[in-house]
Design a protein around this ligand. Sequence first.
Ligand SMILES: C[S@@+](CC[C@H](N)C(=O)[O-])C[C@H]1O[C@@H](n2cnc3c(N)ncnc32)[C@H](O)[C@@H]1O
Length: 190
Amino acid sequence: MKIFKHLYYKFFCNKIIKYHIDYKRDKCDDRNILESVIFPFILAEFDPQSILDIGREGYQEFYNDFFTGRDLWTLDYEPKHEEFGSPDKHIVDSVVNLSKHFKKNQFDFILMNGVFGWGLNDEKDIQKTFNDIFEILKPGGIFVLGYNDDIVPLEKITGLKKLRAYKFKPLKTNEYVCSNGNHTYNFYIK
Ligand SMILES: C[S@@+](CC[C@H](N)C(=O)[O-])C[C@H]1O[C@@H](n2cnc3c(N)ncnc32)[C@H](O)[C@@H]1O
């Protein structure tokens, strides 16, 4: 029964968060939405076996725990960030080079939070990156994009237009603006 899976992953993710986070966060804060709404729902609903998390900072090293036992890849162009990534499957390179490292239809779930507009800024690079994301995502796979400023309007990004907007049930929308700042999550399915 799916309901039990959802309850299980809520509990599983909350346990990880409690262990690593010792301050109170607003319910609709972007980090809270990612860790305690987006992750548990994706784990329960899609059971992704192959995952790519693009852009890793030190405060995210514990994100590996959410995907234990799964084929988790991480990528960041900053060599110092290697230690925050997947212990055995981390790539140091720009996101623009995704197609050099990954096969077509490789991933069930791709997350790119805070990279578009935060290092990935050049329009040509943006178009190439999102086209590659489309290619390496499996049919039926889910892509979550988190960003503050859509420095290139999303409707002008070819790779995104090839994906379908996905209404993310717990948030009742395919585009959710968090309560803090203007951080937004967009949900897509291939
Ligand atoms: C603002 S942080 C966001 C980190 C994280 N994904 C999050 O959820 O908070 C941006 C991260 O993306 C990486 N980054 C920025 N531009 C990149 C690019 N073009 N290719 C690969 N990594 C990039 C930075 O090194 C940094 O670790």
